[in-house]
Design a protein around this ligand. Structure first.
Ligand code: TXA
Ligand code: MG
Length: 331
């Protein structure tokens, strides 16, 4: 059991966090999307520590974080599409999957043995300072125990990982609140593996049409193959989740979008005005707070959310939260 330190995002706190990462310790830090559980990506041992702390299956590859596009593209083979997307969206919530450079120093374990690597430059000044000071790629999955809801505050990280990691750099709440979009650029056509903070339409505006991506069912069928992390049951709160609710029972919690349904035991409003950006930012906090308050309740009922723009990513996370949860499907 390690005593987990809560470090402020001050110059001294960031320097401390960078020193810990360079020494092979695990440090969670805020990005614009969710909190990441960081480790020196060039150290197999440090990366193994991530899997152990999260209880994550080893086959699931991690995203490597860099302070700027040049640092990222020194380690993967960038295509013209990759450079155009980096110019448009980095720093920002887009992850690119590209072939590793032959001399890429990232631990094989970080890529789960794949010959591709997922790279991104996060849009958060404290995170970028941290990455610059570490001077090495930082592997960072979302900083939660496997299968649980991703953390969007330092307190969420401590809830699930206190005692298992060296420190949390408190960067305040995450503005986007949903993970990055993951785009695979290694095939003949680009494929959106995970919808996220940058919408499909914005990506297509830069590089033209992209593949339809994979449904959760297809992801499950290809588990262990193309993007092993995209399991059906993920982001799972303890309470069952019921989607597209048009009425709510007195023993249910309600995740509301727009005018709330009447009659719920308790309600968390994602966005009273139906704003998808606000709803994305509040999604994981909402699931967590209903779950924490609702031990005596039957389920979390979720009002319908339009599939436009960030709604596609929100609905993707909600479908996973609602999926059946056999233990061996959790990640
Ligand atoms: O916003 C985010 O992306 C956050 C912050 C911390 O950066 N990170 C994050 O990481 O969500 P994680 O590990 O929870 O999700 C990474 C996703 C998984 O679905 C994984 O399977 C996929 O990216 N992935 C990673 N490397 C891959 C690769 N080489 N090929 C295909 N998919 C990959
Ligand atoms: Mg995750």
């Amino acid at each position: 059991m390690t005593a987990t330190r809560l470090l402020p995002a001050t110059p001294a706190g960031i320097a401390e966090a960078a020193g810990l990462l360079r020494a092979g310790e695990l440090v969670a830090f805020g990005t614009e999307t969710v909190y990441g559980l960081g480790a020196d990506a060039t150290s197999e041992q440090a990366v193994a520590g991530i899997f152990a702390a999260k209880g994550r299956p080893h086959f699931n590859p991690l995203i490597c974080h860099y302070p700027d596009p040049d640092a990222a593209f020194a380690q993967v083979q960038a295509t013209a599409h990759a450079r155009a997307l980096a110019a448009a969206f980095w720093p920002g919530p887009l992850t690119l999957v590209l072939p590793r450079q032959p001399d890429c120093p990232v631990a094989l374990l970080a890529g789960a043995g794949l010959d591709t690597l997922a790279v991104r430059v996060p849009a958060r000044p404290a995170a970028l300072d941290l990455l610059r000071q570490v001077g090495r790629p930082v592997a960072a999955p979302s900083a939660n125990r496997s299968g649980q809801v991703s953390p969007t505050t330092a307190a969420h990280v401590l809830d699930s990982l206190a005692g298992r990691i060296a420190a949390v750099l408190d960067c305040g709440p995450c503005q986007v609140g949903l993970e990055s979009s993951v785009l695979d650029l290694t095939g003949a056509a680009p494929v959106l593996l995970r919808p996220g903070g940058v919408t499909r339409a914005r990506i297509q505006a830069v590089i033209g049409p992209i593949g339809t991506g994979i449904t959760p069912a297809q992801a499950e069928a290809t588990r262990g193959l193309r993007s092993p992390g995209l399991l059906v049951s993920h982001y799972a709160p303890r309470l069952p989740v019921r989607l597209a609710a048009t009425r709510v029972a007195a023993d249910e919690a309600l995740l509301a979008f727009g005018t709330p349904l009447a009659g719920a035991a308790l309600t968390y409003q994602l966005s009273a005005t139906g704003d998808l950006v606000e709803a994305a930012a509040r999604l994981f906090t909402g699931l967590r707070s209903l779950d924490a308050a609702g031990g005596h309740l039957r389920a979390i009922a979720v009002m319908p959310i339009p599939d436009d723009d960030l709604g596609a990513a929100i609905n993707d996370r909600l479908r996973r939260a609602a999926a059946p949860r056999p233990q061996d499907h959790r990640c």
